[in-house]
Each structure stands twice: as C-alpha cells, then as structure tokens.
Design a protein around this ligand. Structure first.
Ligand SMILES: Nc1ncnc2c1ncn2[C@@H]1O[C@H](COP(=O)(O)OP(=O)(O)OP(=O)(O)O)[C@@H](O)[C@H]1O
Ligand SMILES: [Mg+2]
Length: 318
C-alpha cells in the first residue's frame, strides 16, 4: 500500500507590496490529504483545473517537498533520505509528448531511460515493456513517426521500465482523441489487473476514469471532498447518466418501456417515441445490446454523462 497521511502544502508567493513589507503570502494548495493506493487497484484522483492534482502527485513521487503529513511506501516512511530507494518502487507518467526523444526510436528511448535506472538485463526488460504496450513491431521506428496514441503508449512503457510497484499517471489522456484515450485506458487497466501494479491516475473528466477506477478521490481546492466508487459518489450526489433515446415508432417505445420496467431502470417518458433513461452506471453498451436484440430502430441516441463540475457544485452547495 502507498499511503498519504494528512499531507499539507503551501506555496509561498512573493507579492510586490508584501515584499516591501518583507512579508510573504502563503497559498495553501493541499490541506490534510489522506489517500491510499492498493496494489492491483486503479485509484482515481479527480479535480478541476488548479485543484492540486499535479502538486499532490509530485509530492507522492518525491519530486516536491511538503509542509506536514506523512507518506508511506509499503511499511517504509518516505523521507528525503530514502527517496532513492522509494524511487526504485515507483514511477511517474505524464500526459503529452514531452520527455521523449523524437529522433530516437522507441527502443532507443527506453534504452536511454533504462540506463538511468541501472537495470540489469535491460534489453530483456525493454522487450517486456514494449510487448505490454503493444509496440514490439514498431520498436525501431523513430518516435517522430509514431501516432499520438503510440507516443503515449511509449510513455507508459517508459514508466514501466524500472518495473515499479506503484505507478502515478498525471492526466495520461490529456489532448488525445476519444478512441485513443480509450485504448490508453485499456492498457492502464491491464497494469493493475495483469501485473498487480498500484495505479493512481488524475483527471478532470469524470467520465474518462469512471470505467477503469476501483476507487476515486475528489480533490477540490486542495481538499479531498468526497471518496468512494464512482457509483457511490454519483448516488450520494444524485448525479446520473442520462440516455435520451428516440425510436422510430410508438409501438417500439412500448417494447422498450416494458423492458426498462422489467430491468428496473428509472426513466421519464418525453414524448410518444422518446424516453430518457437514468442510471448511476454508464450502461451505454447494455442499452445498445437491448436495442439490438429487440430489433428496435433508433432515430437518436444521446448519452449525457454526469459532470465533475456538477458534483463539485452540489458538494459546495451542501
Ligand atoms: N510552483 C508553484 N508556485 C506557486 N503556486 C503553484 C505552483 N505550482 C502550482 N501552484 C498553484 O497550486 C494550485 C494547484 O495547482 P496544480 O497544478 O497542482 O493543480 P492541478 O489540479 O494539477 O491543475 P490542472 O488540472 O490544471 O493540471 C494552483 O492554484 C496553482 O496555481
Ligand atoms: Mg495538473
């Protein structure tokens, strides 16, 4: 287990006026944060821009300092003295295309980063991580010729090079297309399921991490304001997925309505051929299956996932 206990951090900003008075302004960015990362689990850290996600991940990965609290890596308390030892057990993956050498091939990039860790049998390890992220066949191609998705998969391979037990991912799908993001998330899920890594992933989009996280922390202005499974959080704040489905005929609507009654979905009837289905989980695939199996003709299918903003507004309102 990787653990944060009552972590707090302030940044000191010097303002011109207070500088004159020789005073420094303190800005609290993390306030008593408690969080656990279990091996084999994907943990989500959700927060809007500026919530403190990157600050927290930098502290957890020993890059930044903090004012008070404790960090544990398994049974070891993380201190500046043992951070080299801790860094052997963890790694950080950030979104975007920085930190890779574009002129070098995927293999050469990994060889370079691997030597920084002084890994024995590095070539074997490189082959292993390339196969985990499905880049074996493109390992000798320069990274500048990789697609965005391939570059991000190489970032994941880079994060795996030291065979860490805990992986920290800071918005790994930022700026990627919907389908590429989905593909990256599949690889992230695999890391916990097949390789027993403890994974922490940050995002500002609830829908994005809903499908892969076992447990989620909501960070707002440096404080954890809610935690649990996404379904628990949605239930607590009564924010649901809404599926607006318009069918071709009134008769088909009757059929769908009957099925929804049997399956105990909640719904509103909007018109004679339009229904609005509300669920706490993302049941898009399930609904598509029901529609297909009953030969229903869809005119429109609109999925409105719940938004993190709405949950945070609700928490602040309460
Ligand atoms: N080095 C720094 N000095 C002063 N303030 C900082 C510093 N780094 C971050 N901050 C402030 O700390 C707060 C949290 O920033 P942080 O980058 O951790 O948020 P975030 O949740 O990662 O946001 P984003 O979604 O935009 O990446 C922000 O108000 C930011 O302006
Ligand atoms: Mg950030």
């Amino acid at each position: 287990m990787y653990k944060a206990e009552n972590l707090s951090k302030s940044y000191i900003s010097k303002r011109k006026f207070s500088q004159l008075l020789k005073k420094r302004d303190k800005k609290k960015v993390l306030n008593n944060v408690n969080l656990n990362i279990e091996k084999g689990k994907v943990i989500g850290l959700l927060g809007l821009n500026g919530a403190g996600k990157t600050s927290l991940i930098k502290i957890l990965t020993t890059i930044s300092s903090y004012d008070s609290g404790k960090i544990y890596c398994d049974d070891m308390v993380v201190t500046p003295k043992n951070k080299i030892e801790v860094r052997k057990k963890i790694n950080l993956i950030t979104g975007g295309e920085r930190n890779l050498y574009w002129r070098l091939s995927g293999y050469e990039n990994l060889r370079y980063f691997g030597t920084l860790y002084n890994i024995k049998a590095l070539d074997e390890r490189i082959d292993e991580v390339l196969s985990i992220v499905g880049l074996t066949d493109s390992k000798n191609i320069p990274v500048e010729k990789y697609s965005k998705g391939m570059k991000q998969r190489l970032q994941i391979a880079k994060g795996l090079i030291n065979n860490p037990e805990y992986l920290f991912l800071d918005e790994p799908t930022l700026g990627l297309d919907v389908h590429i993001s989905k593909e990256i998330r599949t690889y992230i899920r695999k890391l916990s399921e097949d390789y027993n890594k403890g994974v922490l992933i940050t995002s500002h989009i609830l829908e994005e991490i809903e499908e892969i996280c076992d447990y989620v922390y909501v960070l707002n202005r440096g404080e954890i304001i809610s935690e649990g499974s996404i379904a628990d959080i949605l239930m607590e704040f009564k924010k649901e997925h809404s599926f607006k489905i318009t069918l071709h005929s009134k008769r088909e609507m009757e059929i769908l309505k009957e099925i929804m009654d049997q399956e105990s979905y909640s719904y509103d009837i909007c018109s004679e051929n339009t229904i609005n289905i509300l669920t706490l989980e993302n049941n898009e695939l399930e609904l598509h299956r029901i529609i297909r199996e009953n030969n229903l003709n869809i005119m429109y299918f609109i999925h409105k996932p719940p938004k993190l903003e709405d949950i945070i507004m609700e928490i602040e309102r309460r």
